[in-house]
Design a binder for this molecule. Structure first.
Ligand SMILES: Cc1cc2nc3c(=O)[nH]c(=O)nc-3n(C[C@H](O)[C@H](O)[C@H](O)COP(=O)(O)OP(=O)(O)OC[C@H]3O[C@@H](n4cnc5c(N)ncnc54)[C@H](O)[C@@H]3O)c2cc1C
Length: 314
């Protein structure tokens, strides 16, 4: 039986592995369906990780994370996890898509979440070159410039407000005439002078050249409107990778937030003893590498004491 199974090999999962092994846990295995590194490996540059002054690609940035954790005993297996269930003795069964399974005393779920796409022309072509899904990551690149934000929920409005502090102007485009976001957030956005609301409108396409986006074409109730902007931020929801928690009867192994994110306390504990969540998949995550890594460390420290107690009681 493993002492700890970590599901997901992004910044949260690898850091959890590093702290768990260095903290003395034995038989710790991290499972990822692909190469470890997580979604930051899709990024062409990361410049906000403390202490790393040189701007690197996400792939280069993550290069040493797994070898460092392996040095302390973390094992990595490339396997897609299908589901996690609870055994009668309080341990967990981790089942894989190939039909095999492994038991573990504790489990850290670090499977991340993926932003949904807006579905407009040019979105894929210009992703990372003017099309972004993260204001904290990319907002700074548009300092003093004009940008479009697409969406009408809490994230879209909060990110529009964040960008308005950095950018010259933010066009907030939403397909309805009212917002789903909290009324206080809507009021704050309406009071912000450099945010222009464009309602009952959708993004038709983004266009540009080899340098990146140079404009966005909108379909509005008054016809086509073109905005000459170098960036568009898409906040139309997220797919939370919580499928591994789904049980045979359709329920989830632990409590989830309404958004589908895994509810945790400040120690990354779910409401099921021995089951932890870390990184972008947990509720109220800041969705940054530094925060995911910190979550992984906290979850691992908690898993160490859980495993100690579990072994003491058996
Ligand atoms: C383009 C882009 C640019 C970004 N730029 C920045 C930036 O500049 N600064 C910053 O701090 N953050 C940035 N981020 C955000 C950052 O990448 C995430 O916050 C961070 O990667 C979250 O880490 P995580 O470990 O929680 O999840 P992830 O990195 O999403 O890792 C989850 C891992 O779980 C695996 N997984 C999922 N389901 C299963 C399963 N069923 N079985 C096995 N494995 C599974 C996935 O393959 C993945 O490797 C950016 C993100 C993107 C996409």
């Amino acid at each position: 039986m493993l002492e700890l199974a970590i599901i997901g090999g992004g910044p949260a999962g690898i850091t959890a592995g590093l702290y768990a092994c260095r903290g003395g846990l034995k038989d710790v295995v991290m499972f990822d369906m692909g190469m470890p590194g997580g979604q930051i490996t899709q990024s062409s540059e990361i410049e906000n990780y403390p202490g790393v002054k040189e701007v690197k690609s996400g792939l280069d940035f993550m290069q040493d994370w797994l070898p460092q954790a392996e040095h302390f005993g973390l094992k990595f297996e490339m396997s897609a996890v299908d589901k996690i269930t609870k055994n009668h003795d309080g341990s967990f069964k981790v089942s894989f898509l190939d039909g095999s399974s492994q038991d573990a005393i504790s489990v850290i779920v670090a499977t991340g979440s993926v932003p949904k796409r807006g579905g407009f022309e040019g979105e894929g072509e210009f992703f990372g070159r003017g099309v972004s899904t993260c204001a904290t990551c990319d907002g700074f690149f548009y300092k003093g410039k004009e940008v479009v934000v697409l969406g009408g929920g809490d994230s879209a409005l909060e990110e529009a407000h964040y960008l308005a502090k950095i950018c010259k102007k933010v066009y907030l485009v939403h397909r309805r005439d009212s917002f789903r976001a909290a009324p206080s957030t809507v009021e704050r956005v309406k009071r912000t002078e450099n945010i222009e609301l464009i309602l009952n409108a959708s993004v038709k396409k983004v266009f540009g050249d080899a340098m990146g986006v140079s404009g966005v074409e909108l379909d509005t109730k008054d016809g086509i409107r073109t905005l000459d902007v170098p960036g568009i931020f898409v906040f139309v929801g997220r797919n939370v990778n919580n499928g591994v928690l789904k049980q045979e009867d359709g329920s989830y192994l632990c409590e989830l937030a309404q958004s589908g994110e895994i509810k945790v306390d400040l120690k990354m504990r779910t409401n099921v003893a021995g089951l932890f969540a870390a990184g972008d998949v947990r509720s109220d995550a800041a969705r940054q590498v530094v925060c995911a890594a910190a979550d992984g460390a906290v979850a691992a420290l908690e898993a160490i004491s859980y495993v100690d107690n579990f072994k003491g009681g058996h």
